[in-house]
Design a protein around this ligand. Structure first.
Ligand code: BGC
Length: 754
């Protein structure tokens, strides 16, 4: 019986897919899903809404038991945490050959900044402002992941983040809704290629819906409370961009919104996402998030399951409460079967679009993987991405690039370490394949040309080390005392012309559940830096970290600072190229760097108060002990060359543009380099208060020394729109200031009227 049904089903599937492969047509899909669902029991439909974790413990404890039995029973729609064609094929066979209807499983995984080839952290990638590059990294990630048996990535993370204490800032694009929206689209395009029927594209997932980045005090999973005006204008745009771009899936967030956890929030998941935005894909919860609503205090197991069903969740990640209580909730009339039908349909549609009914094993091709991961081309893009992500924060007296004929001492725990290079959320990445800075120096010049000292341990704090090692770090403390390590480093530094100090966070100090209340460099590293500075030798600070740090002391006392994030597989060669001038840094930070912790949250697109800062007047909005300005503003990043901006001119645009704005840029330095030219607007008077400036456009331009070009921006009515107090998206007439520059602070300014 099972066999017969299976054959009928396969025939049906083949016919449907044949028809759609040349002409993807929703009617065929609808017919196919209708026929399939007409054979499904209520339990099997709820089974499609059930996602279980198996394999690797990367996001929390593995909660699910009896996964294989449940697959055979048709109670599992998706599995997360497993990859490789061999492993996924084994489970797929259980689903296809041994469950009653043979519905294939969807394999999901956290492919966040690369799969096997690891690119820089997402915050680093964002600093490239290079949308084409970001799309290419996602394309490669999809190619490698799909060759590894995966159908679905839980990426991009698009949460706007203004608080660097939050460890997950490393996974996103930073603080700006406009740039964040463009980057969201680039990832989706890279993963999905507008064509899920290819066997090297995967479903993307917009997460974490919504407002997860606004957790109070930067503490992960914490309460969020926000006005609708702020939500619509500042936090929701990247999610909406994801919905508009047709991202295949959305993931709920762990936080609450208006007092209701996102995972049970009907307003969020149905009224906003479905009714207002018209989103068609399916919604998965975050890991165990339905069960977590019990701790939020909104019900017991049955009640939270009911809340999530009603809110509009289509698939539950790991907590199995749908599976447990779904049938009974329908039979008792608490939820309508229509709710289940809608959700099950959406999940089946995703499987159909991927072609899994046509060939459930099309992503389990063992021969493909060797051809598709870790190719020379992928590594070249990884190196390009690492270079373009780097941000030069300071470079006094053109200390960088370094002259390789000088005596250079590389000092610090991150010169040779590999463990941290691929950063957090590099789940299938292998840090042993990453190239360290020392290895890169060795192959570029021969390492014996340089001096080296470890300088200090990565961390001294034993409690923190124990915690981090428990989460996968490999932090060891040297037998030598920190005084001894510093002495050793000083002896080396004194023999050098220039010191390059390579320090930073451990990879596990950023990412999920990695909030920090103090975001300076670890104390023992700061002691090393102080000692090095006292030698009087010029010091270049090379940073590896996953969030903006407080770097006031370093900025005041060291000569050059290069932010390299965790650069991924090709970190070492990329840093070596930048340090020695074979590549010119062009990254610009997409999160503000504060002067001290007390300034947080600090971001460039803030609102004016009724008492704007005035240093000489007491009752104005300021601190007594620190300026209002950040250490490094949004959009900031130096180059080895310099750019001069001039001749900002305005012209009335031809429809649909309302204003044409031109600016002249000249490369006034010695290096061919790329500049990211940024345009900000300020709506001077409006029906609600508006930010002091908002990014509205940018262009990247490469100029040779002495070369000069004029760039033109066209501003349309759309660029002037915002959500007013009735949440209508309108442009209001009046005056607008326009600012253009190489960062959000140093700009040329003009005014136009709309
Ligand atoms: C994280 C998600 C992730 C999920 C699955 C959760 O803990 O918040 O971002 O996609 O686990 O691994």
């Amino acid at each position: 019986m099972k066999c017969n049904l299976f054959l009928v089903f396969i025939l049906l599937a083949l016919t449907a897919c044949k028809q759609t492969s040349s002409n993807p047509n929703n009617k065929d899909m609808d017919r196919f899903v209708d026929q399939l669902m007409s054979q499904m029991t209520l339990e099997e439909k709820i089974g499609q809404m059930n996602q279980l974790a198996i394999g690797f413990d990367i996001t929390g404890p593995i909660l699910n038991e009896g996964v294989e039995e449940k697959i055979k029973a048709g109670s599992v729609g998706s599995v997360l945490g497993i990859y490789t064609p061999e492993a996924t094929r084994k489970l797929q066979e259980l689903a296809v050959k041994e469950s009653r209807l043979g519905i294939p499983i969807l394999f999901g995984y956290d492919v966040i900044h690369g799969h096997r080839t690891i690119f820089p952290l997402n915050l680093g990638l964002a600093a490239s402002w290079d949308l084409d590059l970001i799309e290419r990294t996602a394309r490669i990630a999809a190619d490698e992941a799909s060759a590894d048996g995966l159908h679905w990535t839980f990426s991009p993370m698009v949460d706007i983040a203004r608080d660097p204490r939050w460890g997950r800032v490393s996974e996103g694009a930073g603080e700006d809704p406009y740039l964040g929206s463009l980057i969201t689209r680039a990832y989706i395009k890279g993963y999905e290629q507008n064509d899920l029927s290819q066997n090297n594209t995967i479903l993307s997932c917009i997460k974490h819906f919504a407002l997860y980045g606004a957790a109070e005090a930067g503490r992960d999973y914490n309460t969020v409370d926000m006005s609708r005006i702020r939500m619509y204008n500042e936090y929701l745009p990247p999610y909406k961009a994801g919905a508009d771009a047709g991202a295949a899936t959305f993931m709920t967030s762990f936080n609450e919104i208006d007092g209701v956890p996102a995972t049970g929030n009907h307003w969020l998941l149905t009224e906003l996402l479905r009714d207002e935005w018209g989103y068609q894909g399916f919604v998965v919860t975050d890991y165990g998030a339905i069960r977590e609503m019990i701790s939020h205090g909104v019900g017991d197991e049955r009640e939270v399951a009911e809340l999530s069903f009603k809110a509009g969740v289509d698939m539950e990640m790991v907590s199995e409460l749908f599976y447990q209580y779904g049938p009974e909730l329908v039979k008792s009339g608490k939820i309508s079967e229509k709710v289940i039908n809608k959700a099950c349909r959406r999940v089946l549609e995703a499987k159909y679009k991927l072609g899994l009914f046509d060939d459930p094993y099309r992503y389990c091709n063992e021969e493909e993987k060797a051809k598709r991961y870790f190719t020379a081309e992928n590594l070249a893009v990884a190196k390009e991405a690492a270079i373009k992500s780097m941000v030069l924060l300071k470079n006094d007296n053109e200390l960088l690039p370094l002259d390789s004929t000088k005596k250079i001492a590389f000092i610090g725990p991150q010169v040779k370490r590999k463990r941290d290079l691929i950063g957090s959320w590099s789940a299938a990445g292998d840090y042993n394949q990453a190239v360290s800075l020392w290895e890169a120096l060795d192959s570029k010049f021969g390492a014996n040309r340089f001096l080296y000292a470890e300088g200090c341990n990565l961390l001294e704090d034993t409690l923190l080390i124990r915690k981090l090692n428990g989460f996968g770090s490999k932090i060891e403390r040297s037998e030598k005392s920190s005084q001894y390590l510093i002495q050793e480093a000083l002896n080396i530094a004194r023999r050098a012309d220039v010191v390059v100090a390579v320090v930073g966070e451990a990879f596990s100090m950023t990412g999920e559940a990695a909030s920090r209340s103090d975001i300076q460099l670890p104390e023992n590293q700061r002691e090393l830096l102080k000692a090095l500075a006292q030698t009087g030798k010029p010091v270049v600070l090379v940073l590896m970290n996953g969030r903006p740090l407080v770097l006031q002391w370093e900025n005041d006392h060291l000569n050059a600072i290069l932010e390299t994030w965790f650069g991924g597989t090709m970190t070492g060669p990329a840093i070596a190229d930048v340090l020695f001038g074979d590549a010119v840094p062009s990254g610009k930070i997409t999160m503000t760097y504060p002067r001290n912790l007390g300034q947080i949250p600090i971001y460039y697109n803030y609102k004016n108060t009724g008492r704007p800062i005035h240093e000489e007047q007491k009752y104005t909005s300021k601190y007594l002990d620190v300026p209002n300005t950040p250490l490094y503003p949004f959009g900031y990043g130096l180059s080895y060359t310099t750019f001069e901006y001039s001749d900002l001119t305005l012209e009335t645009g031809h429809a649909p543009s309302v204003q044409e704005i031109s600016i002249n840029i000249k490369n006034t330095g010695k290096y061919t380099a790329t500049e990211t030219v940024q345009l900000y607007l300020r709506d001077k008077v409006a029906s609600i208060t508006r930010p002091v400036k908002e990014l509205k456009a940018f262009q990247q331009i490469e100029l040779q020394p002495g070369e000069e070009k004029t760039l033109t921006f066209e501003i349309s009515e759309n660029d002037l729109k915002f959500y007013n107090s009735d949440l209508e998206y309108r442009a209001e007439p009046g005056e607008f200031d326009v600012f253009i520059g190489g960062n959000s602070c140093d700009t040329k300014q003009a005014t136009f009227t709309y």
